[in-house]
Design a binder for this molecule. Structure first.
Ligand code: ADE
Length: 414
């Protein structure tokens, strides 16, 4: 039994999946190769990811490699009901719908876990947390999992530090072919896609404040500069702050930036990054968007407490009236790129999801030999994925000669 809104939406969802598939050649090449040998035959895979078209295509590929797949969304506002319907009609088990309440979200995760998975893919750590709390009795059957995000890895590492992590977890987020492209270029583009779709306003000439200069923040700031904005970065890490300055941004404490910004984007992974004191200093019309995994970066409690009234200004734009000024919160403070747009471009998720499939293969091939820990993907997987992407892009590169290889491998060569 599936938990979806409306199976009749499947044709629209199928069209979305067909479109992204054309732009995900690395995943398609894996599907072709592994579809013949069916390495996941007899295995159940539980997936908790933003349930949109790219995710759906990866789920189908894993199914076509022999697995039984159960899937849920990793955020109540990123699930696309037509895509969920297309997957369900295609025979996958789906428990997700757009706008799930916190209780429904939990229930969808639980039902997904009830497939008794051998392998997991998680985005943000909710599925793995559930496995280690209410579903501990299933731990024994789980061969391992793969985590997509920085936030999820932070949670997993906290679990591991406390001796709580019971399964091997592959750190997909930390592979080069993930964060260099997905976190930087994917977030950089999709966040602006979300902000522009939500507001239909210009970015050029505005002051954009980016809070957090990790790989995602770097992408958001880079694209803001490209769109003609003045960019102010707020950081707590001195090395990243220095990097932001040398990349051409202004760096300021957030309370000073609060009065300057036209658009604020939080990308820190931390909570209460923008709160009461910031809101009081903001200009009329300030726009607030979050690109971090959880909706805790912009304090909605402080916004609500300060506002004399609140109302919908436009789809995905809520106006909070604070001391006569309007402050606009996009997508309820949830991931703006997924709640107000379609997530990262297909060509980018091609890399991330090829890594996910490779991570599952690695876990399965090494079943019984891996520790219960957060594990790096072997560099050979990164190289394989990069090579296939270059091939798909028709980009050729040089090879080292024998003499050059010897030179690089010797400590006393001249
Ligand atoms: N599409 C599916 N998963 C995504 C993610 N983690 N970020 C952006 N777009 C996505």
């Amino acid at each position: 039994m599936n938990t979806i809104r409306n199976a009749a939406l499947a044709p629209e969802g199928r069209m979305k999946i067909d479109w992204v598939k054309k732009h995900m050649p690395v995943l398609s090449s894996l599907a072709e190769e592994l579809g013949r040998t069916k390495p996941f035959a007899g295995l159940k895979v539980a997936i908790c990811l933003h349930l949109e078209a790219k995710t759906a295509y990866m789920a189908q590929v894993i199914r076509d490699c022999g697995a039984e797949v159960a899937i849920t969304g990793s955020n109540p506002l990123s699930t696309q009901d037509d895509v969920a319907a297309a997957l369900a009609v295609d025979g996958l088990t789906v428990h997700a719908w757009y706008g799930a309440t916190p209780q429904e979200y939990e229930e969808h995760l639980s039902r997904t876990m009830e497939c008794k998975p051998h392998l997991l893919i998680d985005d943000g750590g909710d599925l793995v947390t559930l496995l280690h709390s209410r579903y501990r009795h299933l731990l024994e059957g789980v061969r391992g999992g793969a985590e997509e995000t920085t936030t999820g890895l932070n949670r997993l590492r906290a679990m591991a530090d406390e001796g709580q992590l019971q399964i091997p977890m592959m750190a997909v987020n930390d592979a080069y072919c993930k964060y260099l492209f997905d976190n930087r270029h994917g977030t950089g583009q999709s966040v602006w896609d979300g902000i522009m779709r939500a507001t239909n306003l210009v970015v050029a000439g505005k002051t954009v404040v980016v809070l957090g200069y990790g790989w995602c923040g770097k992408g958001v700031a880079l694209r803001a500069r490209g769109l003609g904005a003045r960019v102010v970065v707020c950081e707590v890490n001195p090395v990243r702050a220095l990097e932001a300055v040398m990349d051409g941004n202004t760096c300021l404490p957030s309370l000073e930036a609060a009065g300057l910004g036209d658009i604020f984007v939080t990308v820190t992974g931390c909570r209460d990054v923008l709160g009461r004191e910031h809101f009081l200093r903001m200009k009329e019309g300030a726009i607030l968007a979050n690109a971090g995994h959880f909706d805790v970066e912009i304090s909605k409690e402080d916004l609500a407490a300060l506002a004399t009234h609140k109302g919908l200004a436009r789809r995905n734009v809520e106006a909070y009236n604070i001391k006569g000024k309007n402050i606009y919160l996009l997508a309820e403070g949830r991931l703006v790129n997924l709640a107000a747009a379609d997530g990262h471009p297909a060509e980018i998720m091609d890399l991330s999801f090829a890594l996910q499939v490779e991570a599952l293969l690695y876990l399965n091939d090494n079943y019984g030999r891996l520790p219960a820990a957060v594990l790096a993907l072997p560099p050979s997987i990164d190289e394989k994925v990069a090579k296939r992407k270059l091939q798909a892009l028709n980009v050729r590169i040089d090879l080292l000669s024998q003499a050059q290889e010897s030179y690089l491998g010797a400590w006393n060569a001249e």
